[in-house]
Design a protein around this ligand. Structure first.
Ligand code: BG6
Length: 493
């Protein structure tokens, strides 16, 4: 049996807004996730705001394509509301302990996001916040002790909120300059310590969560298209800056990718799959492929969308496309044009229910085969190295009488998913750089803001209301993953 390549980057992934906490410590500013309340499986998370003229407060849906702030209202932290990102699972004060757990499992890499507002609290500051720079410096030094290579996302739903209030968020081209300055600052500061960077987490979330993805206070189709364009240019400028600083630094794209299946062989269902796939692939066609695809330009023409561009934008996109393509993939999604099928159930995130697949309590389907399909599709399309930076299963883990979490369901999910990656490498020849299982230490769910939707190898004592000691303990999957890494993916039993 062939395993994984010797230099394969095994590890786990996290995001500052779901893991780090310390939201108002060390000079950090507020970001888009810091104004999002907790939700649940049925109740959406909300963005709180205050009216600058009347002082009145209120909220709008946070994750959604149409979340628009009312006139004279700015996103704000409101007293008495509960915001899961503020403490999250407190990596800020537990990083040494957590990185030691990662070291014990044999991690080769650790994906974390840098809280942009910890480095530039308002996004448009003249100078970076030294305290913020020092914090991550210590984190990277800690990683180095265990031979762990950091993989750093520059923005994981963490645009400084001042950029929304003052500039309207990413539809404003000024954000390109602010981001470029931020990227250059940290590329230089951590040169020699951080080799792998990602620009925007799940950049295609601009389609269905524009506030979270780009701090948009008005998510009109025109604004979303402009925000995406500005992020593409900011990414290209980051690649350029990184290469000028050092040829060692690699800057990747991060895409939310979910293979799509048609519910039937009705050609209309197949067309629906094609169009839905283009909605995501547009983002990688530009950022990794280097060009605006014809299907998207035609769409903009039909919808009367006109992009505000500079003459050099398109050359930059082509010349400085992403060095590698990373993506999240939790399962597949099934679509249908048939009303009766659509009514049959399923959930918002994952389309309609696929009768061949099992789902977790949140309706997310487990589909290991789709990982191999995703890897082949993306490799064939771009011929660039790939990296799976999110995959895993959310579960309401409970401690047994012996005080431990026996998460056999997670081991089962991961075993099948890792075997599917192994096939993509060994049977299909896909160039896969690494795998970072999502939420390696328990953290807050992005979609629901819950704690009980856990992904980790390490349990953290904290509940949905923010109670708990934050004490860490190993789950059964911890020992299993350690063995997988030690055997280079050969022993998955
Ligand atoms: C990805 C995000 O979409 O999915 C993560 O990049 C998120 O931030 C993950 O946590 C899992 O989703 P959820 O809603 O279960 O946290």
């Amino acid at each position: 049996m062939k395993g994984f390549p010797k230099n394969f980057l095994w590890g786990g992934a996290t995001a500052a807004n779901q893991y780090e906490g310390g939201w108002n410590e060390g000079g950090k500013g507020i970001n888009t996730s810091d104004v999002m309340t907790a939700g649940s499986h049925t109740l959406p998370r909300r963005v709180t705001y205050k009216n600058v003229k009347t002082g009145e407060t209120g909220s709008i849906i946070g994750f959604g394509p149409g979340a628009k702030l009312p006139e004279d209202c700015i996103p704000a932290v409101i007293e008495g509301e509960y915001y899961p990102s503020h403490v999250a699972t407190d990596f800020y004060h537990h990083y040494k302990e957590d990185i030691a757990y990662m070291g014990e499992m044999g991690f080769k890499t650790f994906r974390l996001s840098m809280n942009w507002a910890r480095i530039f609290p308002n996004g448009d500051d003249a100078e970076p916040n030294e305290n913020g720079l020092k914090f991550y410096d210590e984190v990277f030094d800690e990683c180095a002790k265990y031979g762990i290579e950091p993989l750093v996302t520059l923005s994981h739903y963490e645009t400084p909120i001042n950029l929304t209030i003052k500039y309207g968020g990413w539809p404003n081209r000024k954000c390109i300059d602010f981001f470029e300055k931020y990227a250059k600052t940290v590329f230089k500061y951590y040169e020699g310590k951080v080799k792998y960077w990602l620009t925007f987490n799940e950049i295609n979330c601009m389609e269905f969560a524009p506030f979270v993805a780009g701090g948009l206070n008005d998510p009109s189709p025109q604004n979303k298209a402009q925000a995406a364009h500005n992020q593409f240019v900011a990414s290209a400028k980051s690649v350029k800056a990184a290469h000028e600083i050092s040829s060692e630094i690699k800057v990747g794209q991060m895409l939310a990718y979910m293979p799509l299946y048609a519910y039937s062989c009705d050609p209309n269902d197949q067309l629906m799959v094609m169009e839905a796939a283009q909605t995501s692939l547009f983002y990688s066609d530009v950022q990794t492929g280097g060009h605006y695809p014809a299907y998207r330009l035609k769409k903009y023409e039909r919808e009367g969308i006109i992009l505000d561009t500079e003459p050099e934008d398109f050359e930059l996109l082509e010349k400085y496309s992403a060095d590698f393509l990373s993506f999240s993939c939790y399962g597949s999604s099934t679509v249908s044009t048939h009303e009766d099928v659509n009514k049959a159930g399923g959930n918002l995130m994952m389309g309609i229910k696929n009768p061949y697949l099992e789902t977790n309590a949140w309706g997310w389907a487990t589909d290991p085969a789709c990982l191999r399909i995703a890897l082949n599709t993306l490799y064939d399309r771009y011929h660039k190295p790939l990296w799976i930076v999110e995959n895993g299963i959310g579960w309401d883990d409970k401690k047994d009488e012996d005080g431990n979490v026996h998460d056999t369901y997670r081991i089962d999910y991961l075993r099948k998913n890792i075997a599917s990656m192994r096939d993509a490498i060994n049977l299909d020849g896909v160039d896969l750089m690494g795998y970072t299982m999502w939420g390696c230490i328990d953290l807050v769910s992005a979609g629901t803001g819950e704690m009980k939707k856990r992904y980790g190898f390490v349990y953290v004592d904290r509940d949905d209301k923010g109670n708990g000691t934050l004490e860490r303990s190993r789950k059964d999957s911890f020992y299993w993953y350690k063995k997988v890494i030690a055997t280079e993916g050969i022993d998955l039993e």
